[in-house]
Design a protein around this ligand. Structure first.
Ligand SMILES: [Zn+2]
Length: 409
């Protein structure tokens, strides 16, 4: 590998991922695995003899980050059932296939929020060693849940604070990057209750305190309002889903949202856009998800957005009906249906997502000194977010890993 190769890429637009407006006619200079300079083509000094890739009418984005995926799942309309029927070898092959598809869709980092027997760690390490192409992975390992709770068949069942501390320590010992706690029940587990917390305050504090003691963040799956409240009070790092479910519907709690904002806790939307958009009729057949929730969920996202809550754009890929390469559907949905600005949406899948994962020192933005992870999309996502589906070139650690829409193997 030519580790210290210096080259440059020029495009009609560049969004650096910090949340600042896009720059027209921009260039990024790459030295080895890092960004050396980026900005308007008129400002960036390109040394003589440096190879320049002209991307034309394209937009240069930081490599996309999906903060909530399930790499071992297919994301088909019957994903949950399919995954439970597969053996370990089949699941790992799904993971390998998803690694390629993720990269090709512009994802250079994913956070896997639900493992089976630590297999995602094998995938993570194989990608890091270069054995197969794929995004950088942060892995929770198996989720922590209550007995018979959300995803119990693939998680670590814990009921008491002692159980919870033991699980956190076991996960850390086995090399996970963060902890995933199932704070409430969920749609994927018949018999669990999405509206009600699986633990009391002491349980949340046991997980948060012990995880933080060991240098691990906690991503907590929360649907019900009471679970969200306890997760916020315990100082959890990211709230996954966070739809404010109560009393058979959605009851947005403005005071709770303000508390989330003040504490700087990041909400990871983790919403498969296909539920709401493309295949809603198919979805009704495979899971009992009340239709009125589909109607009111975008309103609760809009209210959090308008209240200034930090929103990370994550797909929950692997959950029923969203494939790993469909983050662009959610991005377009958030602009068109929820009314978020294109800048906020792309920031939520780049710079802010990196902050949620604690990797913002190295990744998430196109700035001098950062690792050169880039996604080049055809056209202008600030005029039409759906162009994020048209990824032509992907750069990971300064190397082109997707060329003309195909993964370089
Ligand atoms: Zn999930």
């Amino acid at each position: 590998m030519s580790e210290m190769r210096t080259w440059a890429i020029r495009s009609a637009r560049l969004f650096d991922g910090t949340g600042a407006p896009p720059i027209d006619d921009a260039v990024a200079l790459i030295e080895g695995e890092r960004v050396a300079a980026a900005g308007p083509a008129s400002d960036v000094v390109i040394p003589n003899g440096v190879e320049m890739l002209d991307a034309g009418d394209a937009t240069l984005l930081p490599g996309l980050i999906d903060a909530h995926v399930h790499m071992l799942h297919t994301g088909s309309a019957s994903s949950g059932v399919d995954s439970r029927a597969m053996n370990d070898r089949q699941l790992l092959l799904v993971g390998a296939r998803n690694s390629l598809a993720a990269l090709r869709s512009g994802l250079t980092t994913v956070r896997d929020c639900g493992d089976h027997d630590y297999m995602t760690l094998t995938l993570r390490d194989s990608i890091a060693e270069g054995a197969i192409p794929g995004p950088r992975m942060l892995c929770s390992g198996p989720v922590i849940t209550s007995t018979a709770g959300q995803l119990w068949w693939t998680g670590i069942e814990c009921d008491t604070p002692d159980d919870l501390r033991r699980a956190v320590r076991t996960l850390a010992k086995n090399g996970v990057d963060f902890i995933k706690l199932m704070g409430s029940g969920g749609n994927a587990t018949p018999g669990s209750n999405p509206e009600v917390s699986q633990y009391d305050e002491e349980g949340y504090r046991a997980v948060a305190d012990d995880a933080h003691r060991l240098g691990k963040r906690v991503a907590v799956h929360v649907h019900g309002v009471d679970a969200i409240r306890m997760a916020v009070d315990a100082g959890m790092d990211t709230l996954e889903h966070c739809p404010f479910r109560a009393n058979g519907g959605i009851e947005y709690d403005a005071e709770l949202a303000e508390d989330i904002r003040q504490k700087g806790i990041i909400v990871s939307i983790a919403m498969p856009a296909t539920w709401y958009r493309l295949r809603a009729e198919d979805m009704r057949d495979v899971r009992a998800h009340p239709g009125h929730l589909w109607e009111s969920r975008p309103d609760s996202i809009r209210e959090m957005y308008e209240a200034g809550v930090k929103l990370v754009v994550s797909s929950d890929q692997g959950s029923t009906g969203t494939a790993i390469d469909e983050l662009h559907l959610l991005m377009a949905y958030l602009v068109e249906r929820v009314g978020m600005s294109p800048e906020s949406v792309i920031h939520g899948a780049t710079g802010l997502a990196a902050e949620a994962l604690g990797i913002e020192g190295e990744l998430g933005t196109i700035e001098p000194g950062k690792l050169a992870d880039l996604a080049v999309v055809e056209g202008d996502p600030f005029a039409d977010m759906s162009v994020v589906a048209r990824v032509r070139t992907v750069v990971k650690g300064g190397r082109i890993v997707v060329r003309d829409g195909a993964v370089v193997v």
